[in-house]
Design a binder for this molecule. Structure first.
Ligand code: NDP
Length: 253
């Protein structure tokens, strides 16, 4: 079978899996962070967990890119730069600066995320750097690239800024949860997830690709149920929780 054909079959199964995972996560919160509970086996320090599980997304696209025939292609270079801007922050910076958590991360969660990152980064980079026709320099002036890149970088800024607001809530050594009041937290309970979803929708538009669209769908599948759970958790835990604050999308949801 030709690679393009089996690639599309894998992508179809991968997309179906995202829908199934979303349904499961509506009923079962992934057991890390505030939803950690007993019975999920061995655990790892969350800093190491984040570093190890995100590493494939940092490394594999570089391997696909430099073993391809595209290193001279400016559009491919910019796609790689966008991707790596996110994953340098997520793999190296985020675990380094994250505050002490009261919880360890189950190894099962780490391995599931590792599996996700291997498949997702391979699909996106194999497509962009090998299977797709070169986009050409004209793509950089196309509304899809420009609009997608604006969405992507706006999402990245919102995500990083919101994560930094969460970090600032705990003083050194503290492990308690508090009500965040700054930035987009004034409007939603999980603006870091909102920013992340914006980023990968921006990526899907900028690359105008099915693997990009599948990644955006997976991000919603992972984060929308958790944003809903976070919102309910805040409302239940803090009696003075701002009543007008939404779960994920300002003024809407
Ligand atoms: P959370 O918002 O649950 O937690 C982020 C950090 O902030 C954790 O260290 C957490 O501590 C701390 N924190 C959260 N809420 C509070 C609070 N009220 N008071 C004090 N500290 C708090 O995010 P996740 O851990 O789920 O995700 C981290 C990043 O990874 C996000 O940017 C997210 O967008 C991204 N992500 C992306 C996914 C994707 O599919 N693309 C999937 C999952 C995450 P503690 O660990 O102790 O709870």
């Amino acid at each position: 079978m030709k690679e393009a054909l089996w690639f599309h079959w894998i992508l179809l199964i991968w997309t179906g899996l995202a829908v199934a995972v979303c349904v499961v996560l509506l009923f079962l919160n992934a057991p890390y962070g505030r939803y950690t509970r007993r019975g999920w086996g061995h655990t790892i320090n969350p800093k190491w967990g984040w570093f190890l599980m995100e590493s494939p997304s940092l490394v594999l696209p570089l391997v696909f890119f430099f073993t391809s025939s595209r290193p001279q292609d400016i559009t491919a270079v910019l796609f790689l730069a966008m991707w790596e801007a996110h994953y340098i922050q997520r793999t190296l910076v985020f675990p380094l600066v994250m505050k002490k958590s009261p919880y360890q991360m189950p190894l099962l969660v780490m391995f599931l995320a590792l599996f996700f990152n291997i498949i997702n980064s391979s699909l996106n980079s194999r497509y962009l750097f090998v299977l797709a026709q070169p986009y050409g320099i004209d793509w950089l002036l196309d509304w899809r690239f420009i609009g997608g890149a604006v969405l992507f970088f706006s999402g990245l800024v919102i995500n990083i800024h919101s994560d930094s607001i969460l970090r600032s809530l705990r003083k050194p050594g503290e492990t308690a949860y508090k009500v965040p009041q700054k930035g987009l937290f004034r409007y939603v309970s999980s603006p870091n997830y909102f920013g992340e979803i914006m980023e990968w929708f921006g990526w899907a538009v900028a690359t105008w690709s099915l693997p990009g669209a599948a990644f955006a769908l997976w991000t919603v599948a992972n984060l929308a149920p958790r944003a809903l759970a976070n919102h309910r958790w805040y409302q239940k835990t803090f009696s003075h929780y701002p009543p007008k604050r939404k779960a994920l999308i300002p003024f809407l949801f």
